[in-house]
Design a protein around this ligand. Structure first.
Ligand code: HEM
Ligand code: HEM
Length: 546
């Protein structure tokens, strides 16, 4: 037994909790190192900041819609009627010591949280980290994304200022646009007619309890799966599908990650101390009549707002009203423009969730993958991702259509028309251009492997000709350029009865479209032939484009 009190205490706890076994097991885990694995970490740390700053805010925030007269330190709003929620947020900003700073920490962390988890998701997508066995973790991640948006939206609505009220009004409209259930849903959510007096307390329960609890639960599952699957790694010599090359969690990663947490904390604190965010005193309390020009939702809600602005009004003005008879009375079904506005977001999320299976269906690649793809080596996936990003960004840009119009002195309607065209053509162009770039990069890689890297040294031959010296690439680079997972066109396969089904034909057509002009990786025999032709150590006398 240890002689010191702390030692005995530690032993006491350990023999009952068994923590040292866990720490040993987890501490020996090897974690590969790459800057792109940082985004998931940033998401995690900003979430911790949200929990800390959010808890501080709960000490002072009053989630009540009781109408009161503001009487705090901010003189311009003195004597103005507002909800207790808004007044308490004003107090947090002007009368609670450190309150404004904490509000800003909370808001800036929220913005950074959703940004980092989005970039993290793009990293996972473009490197193919969602492939077997990580498909389920991709889905858990997708739900985390949606919960992140839900957390942001419910939080944004709490202060009950003009902006947050207008956001809620749009949600009310979206709910009411749902056929048949819409009006009931809205009445249920708001406890009567919008805005009513119940919605802030309800959003509060969602915001500080239910949504964070779901996020924490999913995060535990998410990170547990990262540990059991082991982290993926980028290809390199000695790295295979069956090993992980990197540093152990303890002590290297624990120290790095701990330090990184404080860096993220410091950066958020720095931004929050210097840059104002959501100055509700400029917007004033919520009132259904005014909407100020140039207002924007938080960035991650922008794409939904933009989709709404892009939808042609007549989509909702068919004035087709169906009277649907129910036993308890007739119901009117009216199609509203708000409903089609939700379709693009729905499509985006559906494709996102289904992507691992879509890709597996097209490629017939059902192997486990622990080595990541370089994006160029999966041109079709990279191109689809770029198309998705452009689709999203066009909607996002549309959320600022009024600001684009006023800043560039163009007509608002023209901005909308152009963005509508881009909404359809943008993703197609993005797909096409990205795929061409990937294929070109692959061709360039091939050339570098076979003929060496241009050294920038011009040599004169005894005959008087000029040529550029080419240097052979090193082992690491050669490995990177030659060893990658290669999917190719797989023609339609007949089933057991010798029959080719319609879905198999469609799959084959897609497979052909994706892989027809793929650039095959360099084979060992090609490499040998190139070496024999150039001599082993120095590859000389190659013209640039041979
Ligand atoms: C891996 C955290 C959301 C899919 C990871 C890792 C962390 C993390 C720390 C390991 C390090 C890394 O690869 O970056 C989080 C947090 C999230 C979140 C805190 C948000 C609350 C998402 C989303 C997706 C996703 C939205 C995709 C839709 C994955 C996958 C892995 C992973 C597939 C395994 C990657 C690999 O082994 O290469 N996550 N994540 N995560 N995450 Fe997330
Ligand atoms: C308000 C986001 C988690 C407590 C807000 C606001 C946002 C937000 C954008 C508006 C802030 C403003 O006034 O400018 C998020 C996100 C979260 C999260 C994205 C998690 C992913 C939490 C948690 C708590 C919390 C865990 C409590 C334990 C509060 C409170 C307010 C608030 C009390 C109202 C005070 C205020 O508006 O200043 N949240 N939050 N939040 N949040 Fe959160």
């Amino acid at each position: 037994t240890p002689s010191t009190t702390t030692g005995r205490l530690a032993n006491f706890v350990d023999s009952r909790v068994g923590a040292s076994g866990m720490v040993k097991e987890f501490g020996r885990k090897i974690f590969p190192d790459h800057w792109s694995f940082m985004f998931g970490e940033v998401a995690l740390y900003t979430f911790v900041l949200l929990l800390l700053s959010g808890t501080f805010l709960t000490f002072f925030f009053d989630p009540s819609m009781t109408h009161i007269t503001y009487n705090g330190s901010y003189v311009p709003l003195k004597g103005i009627g507002m909800s207790a929620a808004m007044a308490s947020t004003m107090d947090i900003s002007f009368d609670v010591r450190g309150g404004l700073f904490m509000r800003q920490v909370h808001h800036w962390s929220a913005l950074l949280f959703v940004a980092s988890l989005s970039v993290h998701m793009l990293r996972v997508f473009f490197t193919g980290a969602f492939r077997r066995p990580r498909e389920l973790n991709w889905v858990v991640g997708g739900v985390l994304l949606i919960m992140g948006l839900a957390a942001g939206f419910t939080g944004y609505s709490l202060p009950d200022d003009l902006l947050s009220g207008n956001g809620l009004r749009i949600i009310d409209g979206v709910m009411k646009a749902l056929p048949i259930v819409g009006t009931y849903l809205s009445m249920f959510f708001f406890g009567g007619e919008f805005p009513g007096v119940h919605v802030i307390p309800r959003l509060y329960s969602l915001h500080i309890m239910i949504v964070p609890a779901v996020i924490i639960l999913l995060l535990v599952i998410h990170l547990f799966m990262v540990v059991t699957h082991k982290h993926t790694q980028y290809p390199g010599p000695g790295r295979t599908n069956d090993n992980v090359v990197g540093f152990p969690v303890g002590p290297v990663y624990a120290a790095k990650a701990g330090g990184f947490f404080f860096i993220v904390f410091g950066i958020v604190a720095f931004i929050s101390g210097l840059f104002q965010i959501n100055p509700i005193w400029n917007y004033g309390p919520y009132d259904p009549s005014p909407v100020s020009a140039g207002t924007q939702p938080d960035w991650y809600i922008g794409f939904v707002d933009g989709a709404l602005r892009l939808m042609p009004g007549y989509l909702g003005n068919f004035s087709f009203e169906w009277i649907i008879p129910f036993p308890w009375g007739d119901n009117t079904l009216v199609l509203s423009v708000l409903l089609p506005a939700l379709v693009p977001a729905g499509v985006l999320f559906m494709v996102m969730f289904a992507w691992p299976w879509i890709e597996r269906w097209v490629t017939k690649d059902n192997r486990e993958h622990h080595l990541l793809d370089r994006p160029r080596n999966a041109p079709f996936r990279t191109a689809m991702g770029a198309a998705g990003v452009v689709f999203y960004c066009v909607m996002w840009a549309a959320a600022s259509s009024d600001l684009i119009a006023t800043h560039f002195h163009v007509a608002l309607n023209d901005v909308t028309y152009w963005l509508r065209i881009l909404f359809f053509l943008g993703p197609i162009f993005a797909f096409w251009i990205t795929r061409r770039i990937c294929l070109s990069l692959q061709r360039k890689d091939r050339e570098i492997v076979l003929h060496g890297r241009e050294a920038g040294i011009i040599q004169m031959s005894p005959e008087g000709g000029f040529s550029e010296k080419h240097e052979e690439v090193d082992v690491y680079k050669r490995f990177l350029l030659t060893s990658y997972n290669d999917n190719k066109y797989i023609p339609a396969q007949p089933d057991a009865a010798g029959h080719v089904s319609g879905s198999e034909k469609r799959r084959a057509a897609l497979s052909k479209f994706f892989f027809e002009d793929r650039v095959a990786p360099v084979t060992p025999s090609e490499l040998e032939a190139a070496h024999a032709a150039h001599g082993h150590h120095e590859v000389e006398g190659e013209k640039q484009d041979s």
